[in-house]
Design a protein around this ligand. Sequence first.
Ligand code: ATP
Length: 287
Amino acid sequence: MTQHDETGVTPELQLDPQALESVIAAPGSRFRHDYLEVRGLRVVFDGFVAVDGVDLTVTQGDLRFLIGPNGAGKTTIVDAITGLTRCTGSVQFGGTELVGRPSHTIVRAGVGRTFQTASVFDELTVVQNLDIAAGSGRGPLTMLRRRSGLPDEVAAALETIGLTALADAPAGVLAHGQKQWLEIGMLLVQDARLLLLDEPVAGMSQAEREQTGQLLQRIGEQRTVVVVEHDMEFLRSFATSVTVLHQGRVLSEGTVAEVQADPKVVEVYLGRGAGARGHAAGTTEVQ
Ligand SMILES: Nc1ncnc2c1ncn2[C@@H]1O[C@H](COP(=O)(O)OP(=O)(O)OP(=O)(O)O)[C@@H](O)[C@H]1O
């Protein structure tokens, strides 16, 4: 993301690599090694280039939104980062190279994702869903214990996602938004430090969107969060930075105000580029 001073002029970045490394790597430091660094990411499906040399850097504390017209490559990037789609280039998180690793190894490296449709076990309670995600390998009797006996990480996740009062309710009775929060909670108990969330507020009520945005802000203080989203109102309220994708490439990057003012972005959403590879107008309006 480009930083501007009060004059709007981009200052020269003069970073001392050693000083930067000492901040990033300091024990207990807020940043540790937890940042996502994607370089030259490329995904090809039967000769069709879906992702074409994407670079992306997302640090902890930055709530990054990935937007772009239908077919821009957003979900494919998330699939590539999480090992679901073959790709070339480099994806590093916490200093670990993820490209070429199987998805279970990527999960163990602290990378978690949600899908457009929540995938919780409806017949199990909220706590049982979290327990399973925590991968604790406890027996069925232990799974039935009361909340007072909850492991710290499960209790903390319940609190964070606002479902403590519904801990013993079957997940099947949860509202749509609550299921999404439960799925985010499942990533938290897995100790995902990079969360990739695919359209987390799709189908949510206005109140649920607001609560989800606040939840992501809380999570984003401690973890690296990337949100794929079409909802521009949600983006304007909660994004700290935005990457705009178009035809598999990064079209623009910056704050919400910066990308909204970028003529390339306006052109893609409202102009001739809108129909080039999908239907930008109608699904997402940038202004
Ligand atoms: N498995 C696949 N095989 C072939 N083509 C694919 C495959 N997955 C995605 N594509 C194509 O790659 C391009 C990018 O798709 P992708 O789903 O990443 O876009 P997106 O930006 O997430 O779109 P949307 O906003 O509609 O979800 C599209 O043209 C899509 O048709």
